[in-house]
Structure formats: C-alpha cells, structure tokens
Ligand binder design. Sequence first.
Ligand code: PMP
Length: 463
Amino acid sequence: MPDSLTTNSPIIAAYRAATPGSAAAAEKAARLFPSGVTHDSRYLEPYGLYITRAKGPRKWDVDGNCYVDYFGGHGALLLGHCHPKVVAAVEQQVERGTHFGASHELEIAWAEWVMKLIPSAERVRFTSSGTEATMMALRLARAFTGKSKIIRFKHHFHGWHDHMTSGYASHFDGSPTPGVLPGVTTGLVLAEQNDAVGLARLLDDDDDIAAAILEPTGAHGAQLPIDPAFLVELRELTRQHGVLLIFDEVVTGFRVSPGGAQVEYGIRPDLTTLAKILAGGLPGGAITGRKDILDLLDFQVTKAADREKISHQGTFNANPLSAAAGVAALEIVGTTDACARANRYAETLRRRINEVFEEERVPWAVEGSSGRGLFRQTPSRARAQIPAGDDDPWRRFQRQPRRHNLGHAWRSRTRGHDDRPPQSHPHAETGARDLGPAVRAHGCCRVEVCDHLDLDQEVRAGR
Ligand code: PMP
C-alpha cells in the first residue's frame, strides 16, 4: 500500500525514517495486489514491514531492523522460526521430492501424531488450510445428520469461506457479506457464546440443526474468553438434540495443551478442525473426529452402506514437505513441555506488559490465555456487550492500537536487544517493552517457545 497517511505523529515519523526499504516495496506491491497485501491481517498504515529473514523469535526487515516476532506466523510457529529439527526434516524431504501425487509414509506418521495427541481423533483427513478443514466439517455434519443448519457463535472466526463470513467482524444480523448467496446464510444460526439458556432455546425451537461450531477457548483464540461451564452445557445440549459439536482447534490445537482445548476442558467434540501448528510452519490443515462421521469420505464404507460418498480432492493435501514439518513439530509438542512453557511465558509477558502500561500510565490492559494476548483499552468491556453491527466499535478499537503501536515497534528496536545481557527466554524477559510488532500486527500476540537458540547473542554478534 503506498504511504498516504497524513499525521504529525512522531511515532509514525520515526517508523518511516527507519523503514525506507519497506516503503519502497510497499509502493511496488500497490501496483500488484489489492491494498498491496496478500492477507487482510497484514494491512497496515502507513505501510507494513517487508521481512527478509526470521530465526527463533526474531524477524529482520529489508532495512536490517530486528524485531521480536509476537505474531508467530499467524500462530503457526509455536516453536519459533526455523526450529532446527523442523528445518532438518524439511531439508531432508525437499531432496526426496516435494509432491508425489501419491500416498507416502510421512502422511501416516503425521496422522499417527494427530491421533496420539487429540483424544477425539478416530480418523484424519488432511487439507491445505484451516479454511478448507472447517468447510469440510460443515459438509460432513450436514451429510451425517441429514440436517441443514449450522450454529455459529458471534465473533468466532473459522476461515473465509462462504459460511463463515457473516457474524465474525460484521453482518451480525446474519445477512450475507458481498458475494455470498443469501441461501448460504439462511443455513446459519448466529448464537452468543456463554449463553446456555439462549442456546437451549435455539435448539428447542429448531430441529434442523446439523452442528454447532466454535473456537473452544472463545472468540479469536480466547480474546473473548469462553466460560468452561458453557462448554459443558454446549456438549450436553448438542448431545441431547442430536447436533454434532465441532471444535475449531486451528489456533488452540497443539497450543493450549498438546491435545488442544479438548484436553484442557475435558470435552470430547464430534469433529475437530486443525491447521497452523499442525504443519510445523508450512501450509496444512486437517479434519478429524468420529470414525462414523469421517466414514462419509470412505469409498468402501459408503458403498457398503449404500450412501453417497462425500468427494474430497485437494492437490496439496498431506503434501510431503508439510508432513515432514508437521511430524517434527508434533513430536516436539508431544514429547516435551513446549505448550506448558509457552503458556507460562505468555502469563509472564501479560503480567509484565500490564506493569509497563501502569508505569507509563497508558490506559490499556492485556488480557488473554494460553499463549495469546489481547490489548484492550481499560476499563475492559467484554466484547459480547458491545452492540453488534456493521460499524462494530470493537473493530474500530482494534484498528486503533495498530497505528499507535508502530511506535513501540520502533522504540523496541532503538532501545534494542543488542546491549542487553542474554536472557533465559527472549519473550518472557525482554518482551514487555518489545510489543510493537504484535500490536502492530493484530492488537494481539501469541507467545511461542523459541529458546532453542541464543538469539540475544546472535543479535549482539550482528547476525
Ligand atoms: N479457524 C480459526 C480459529 C482460525 O484462527 C483460522 C485462521 N486464523 C482459520 C480457521 C482459518 O485457517 P487458515 O488461515 O489456515 O485457512
């Protein structure tokens, strides 16, 4: 996006002075991509950073600036950038072939890790993204139950396909967003999370509900936290009404705990969608869950039952490179305390950030759970209480810190890590004043486990 922001902010001025290479790249990109970006979340004013390399918890931009990366590859990088074991696995595989267009042993090892870690996984089907996984989950649920509607919870994100666009950031009345057929949205019922009474009423009033899908820790990876008691009621109510429960664990899977939120809360969903950490930082997703439901993808079972099989293609499903990275990452998740450590770091980080806000008399607070944090203005208002509509005030608030915290990104760079003694963990120890990139990116951050490298030493050595 070309730089057209008019402001006298010294923060923005400092950012511009430090990032001329990114400004030049953004000019070129504006002639190639809508808004110059390839993902809505990467849109930033006056322009985003152009990154050349990343290692552990750090990224370097085209101007040579170093940043602590709190965004963590949209949440895919629990182990940080370029974990040596993941890199070795991918390097080994790239020599052997990047795409066989056939079955391979790595996909078996990958699925075995999924089934070992995720308690409700009885069968697995790989996809190329989380969006594809949630799309398949809805289709399976409809085909399995013979019912047509899906309950979704307001503000919960499940990817960008047609069923998932209303009620996430806008169109809370359930009306279709541009380009989506009205017939699609009439098959969706938008509900409020943590409202078991409302949910019971919905289920009593409508016997055409196939499934309920949610982010199990709450909207946007727990930015609007779930009440664990609600999850218990949700499971009970859906069971009573013959409605399938789909946990979208694209973010929470292999993060909240090695077995995801379903282990943390002790709930067994019927279907689970996965992506991000699943593929160790490469593209990949999966749908997993009850065998009798995934059997609808099975040639023999559907034939024997005289049912029509659900077809499922996807050129890059279970791609060998993603499988190699996924196996390496899940092995670490499954055999070490990576998730627990990331959660502990996040807790420390949230506490220290709040201390900094207090010291600096900034009227913000950071809240969150399990490796995620969200920056709010204080006093915090539960998002559910904010009136819904196209001009969602929450959305406006979310945009606000992105702009202002460019300054933090810059300040953390100039105060830098270079002159700091090595720390036991770069995030937990130096993190509190290095918030810029996270807030810049999303108004939130994820904390990853990256202490396989002494990055502070590397940075000091100018690498
Ligand atoms: N579900 C959730 C909970 C997500 O956070 C996301 C992506 N952020 C998706 C689904 C979609 O995944 P993908 O970007 O891989 O399509």
